[in-house]
Design a protein around this ligand. Structure first.
Ligand code: MTE
Length: 321
């Protein structure tokens, strides 16, 4: 997700640091020291936050839904947990340590807009009220890399059944926490916070679209968007907004974070399509992070059988990023 200057992921493949190099303990620590030299320090209280037991830990591992199968091996947990995009905590992939400053409780989610039952719900009550299950999905970032991840979560449809959207609601808008002193990336003047994403009501009601609460059989860690993040596996990863605090049912199409910043490159629909290149690189293939080499990207990231009908009447729209 690059706007102004060339970043690491734009380098040729040969120049990218192999995961084996940055995943050693020494390098994880070095990444943290990099933050320190940039004038960013992680308070001791923030370090301790990571040790507080998750109040929903007993729900994991959840039963796996076998409907969605994937032909390739899972990405290793430690690889996924150390190669993240979470610009609130910095512009590199090594934000895992900085993200440990995110306070997870108390956490509420405001659900408002065009619904019969607007409410602000405590995250633990919400998670316990929802039908959580594990889903193994392909995950495809617009930056032409991929992973295979066992998420745990619940269909957005279950939340819609709880709040009952009105007929006038056409879109679901989801928002991350706004500017915070403990989120160093939010000091950057380039971005317009908070991170916002949106789906049509039909997309949100599709069974594949889930709100994630866990990963690898455990509560989802901070760097992956705890305590609640979106996953829409047929779309590029930037649609999958993290650490959600507000979900609004609205009539107008929301303008999302990257669309606002660089609409020519990152649009609203952002459906995966190997035949439609990003303005600056091909989307035909993807590098499997953590091993597996380069593989061909599939239309709708391999989920066309479940989602293609959503777009049959939208062929004039810019459906592909
Ligand atoms: N959500 C927020 N709030 N901030 C972000 O920077 N990055 C997006 C998405 N959700 C992002 C976000 C992008 S570009 C990607 S690829 C995925 O999160 C990365 O998810 P992961 O780090 O769990 O793999």
């Amino acid at each position: 997700m690059l706007i102004r200057s060339k970043r690491g992921w734009e380098l040729p493949e040969s120049a990218v640091t192999p995961e084996s190099a940055f995943l050693t303990r020494r390098n994880v620590i070095a990444a943290g020291m990099g933050l320190a030299t940039a004038g960013i320090s992680i308070p001791a209280s923030a370090q301790r936050l990571a040790d507080v037991p998750d109040p929903t830990a007993d729900l994991y591992p959840a039963r796996r839904n076998e409907r969605y199968t994937v032909e390739r091996p899972l990405t290793a947990e430690q690889v996924a947990a150390n190669y993240n995009n979470f610009y609130e905590f910095g512009g590199s992939k090594q934000i895992a340590r900085a993200a440990q400053s995110l306070p997870l409780r108390p956490w509420t989610v405001k659900i408002d807009g065009m619904v019969e039952k607007p409410q602000t719900v405590d995250i633990d009550k919400l998670i316990r009220a929802m039908p959580i299950e594990e889903r193994v999905y392909r995950f495809r970032c617009v930056e032409a890399w991929g992973m295979t991840v066992p998420w745990t979560g619940f269909p957005i449809k279950a939340l819609m059944d709880m709040v009952r959207p009105l007929g006038s609601a056409k879109f679901v808008r989801m928002e991350t926490f706004d500017t915070q002193p403990w989120a160093p990336g939010m000091r950057s003047p380039w971005y317009s916070w908070p991170y916002v994403e949106g789906l049509t009501i039909d997309e949100a009601a599709n069974d594949l679209a889930i709100l994630v609460t866990g990963i690898y059989g455990k509560p989802v860690p901070r760097q992956h968007g705890a305590p609640l993040r979106l996953i829409v596996p047929w779309k590029y990863g930037f649609k999958s907004v993290k650490s959600i605090v507000r979900i609004s049912f609205v009539a107008e199409r929301p303008v999302s974070f990257w669309e606002r910043l660089q609409g020519g490159e990152y649009g609203f629909w952002a459906n995966v399509n190997p035949a439609v290149a990003h303005p600056r690189w091909s989307q035909a293939t993807e590098e499997l992070i953590g091993g597996g080499g380069r593989v061909n990207t599939q239309i709708f990231n391999g989920y066309g059988e479940f989602v293609a009908p959503l777009y049959k009447d939208r062929q004039n729209e810019r459906l592909w990023a």
